[in-house]
Design a protein around this ligand. Structure first.
Ligand code: GAL
Length: 399
């Protein structure tokens, strides 16, 4: 039932993917949304009436310049509207001050609940405290906010995302059996994004034993998240750093075997750098995350190896059911999962995430999956998230 809803919505949100033209920094806005922030009030379809009637949900997304947030915003908007809520959806152009203003506006417009994917997990204290003072529940969506007024966190298991990337490298290079040594580099995510260190640590913890034993060699020596992080997950920043690393450490013919990238926008930059600036003839293992259309093309073309896919339609389903429970004054814990009938796995976790030291945040965590050229159709086309276009590459459903 819920799975069917997710599939229908996969079709509905195809508009945004078409509009965003494959993602990257030049994405155009969703129809009816503002790309540079500012609030957009969407009309309610009031299909169910009941408890939802008259209630407004504020949905604050970080940016439209990264493909996945267009998907998230569209799914959330559709699902909440279909359940009878009014919605306000904002994208804040990756600018923290703008997101603060956008959320402030939502509060002045009398929202009953906030769903926030933070640009800077440490940058929202003022509005979070205002929300707390007004007793407005807040769901931290995908990225945790470092403030105790967060009511719940809905995300994927972020550490596992990194583990899947690291394990892919380990298995593909056959680190347990091959003689090696192999050479690898790392590109991490945005230091302002609470998820980014989780991704990095999941990958690093998986590969560190091999680095320690000498089977894997980080030729640049750049193994710290603080050094390999990428501001705002920007493709161009990842490209520039990769070009510098290649020029400084690989221009003498040193072989590069793998480049672990935390997500697809950074993988795009690294892939570009490898294609243009790496002299070696071997194909380099490059990881990613999100299943962005441009990266799926690269995977099919064999220049990116894998992406960790997170079914954001399901993340939106969990968020909707959780929001309903909160707004209806019902218990929102493990029982939400057993009562839900969701056709996908989700864990209730009260240990892994803290909004401030010692303050655990109840979390609903979905399960990420590995997508490669070999299983792309089974994982992405069969469930209806993408379709195969006339040119053989994947594109948004109905795109
Ligand atoms: C993370 C998110 C990833 C990726 C990244 C870049 O917080 O979990 O899926 O999209 O941001 O926006």
């Amino acid at each position: 039932m819920k799975k069917t809803l997710a599939l229908i919505l996969a079709a509905c949100m195809s508009f945004s993917l078409v509009a965003c033209g494959g993602g990257g920094e030049n994405s155009t806005p969703n129809p009816g949304s503002q790309s540079t922030g500012g609030s957009q009030v969407s009309g309610s379809q009031t299909t169910t009436g009941g408890d939802a009637a008259g209630k407004t949900v504020g949905i604050a997304m970080p940016t439209q310049s990264l493909e996945r947030w267009n998907r998230d915003g569209a799914y959330l908007d559709e699902q909440f509207k279909a359940a009878g809520y009014k919605t306000i959806v904002t994208y804040s152009d990756n600018k923290n001050e703008q997101q603060v203003n956008d959320i402030q506006n939502m509060l002045s417009q009398g929202v009953d609940l906030l769903i926030i994917a933070a640009i800077d997990g440490n940058g929202l204290n003022t509005v979070m405290n205002d929300a707390g003072a007004a007793n407005i529940p807040v769901i931290a969506y995908d990225r945790l906010i470092m403030n105790d007024n967060v009511s719940y966190y809905v995300s994927f298991d972020n550490y596992t995302v990194g583990k899947l990337q690291g394990t892919y490298v380990k298995d593909t290079l056959d680190l347990d059996n091959a003689a090696g040594p192999f050479n690898i580099e790392f590109t991490g995510g945005d230091p302002a994004d609470n998820n980014a260190p989780f991704f990095f640590n999941g990958a690093m913890d998986t590969l560190k034993p091999y680095i320690d034993s000498g089977k894997l060699n980080v030729v640049s020596g750049q193994t710290e998240f603080s050094v390999v992080g990428t501001e705002q997950w920007k493709t161009e920043a990842a490209l520039n750093r990769a070009q510098n690393v290649l020029a400084s450490y690989y221009s003498d013919g040193t072989k590069l075997d793998a480049w672990l990238c935390s997500n697809d926008s950074t993988a795009l930059g690294v892939t570009q750098a490898v294609l243009s600036d790496y002299a070696g003839g071997n194909s380099v293992i490059i990881t990613g995350q999100d299943g962005d259309v441009a990266n799926l093309r690269n995977i099919k073309d064999g220049v990116q190896s894998m992406t960790v896919y997170k079914a954001v339609a399901n993340e939106a389903v969990v968020t909707l059911d959780l929001a309903k429970a909160i707004l209806d004054g019902k218990t929102a814990d493990e029982s939400l999962i057993s009562a839900s009938g969701w056709g996908f796995d989700c864990a209730f976790d009260t240990e892994s995430y803290e909004t401030t030291p010692g303050n655990k945040c109840p979390s609903f965590l979905l399960v990420p999956d590995v997508v490669t050229a070999d299983n792309m159709e089974e994982k992405l086309v069969t469930p209806g998230y993408y379709k195969v276009g006339a040119d053989g590459y994947l594109e948004a459903t109905n795109g």
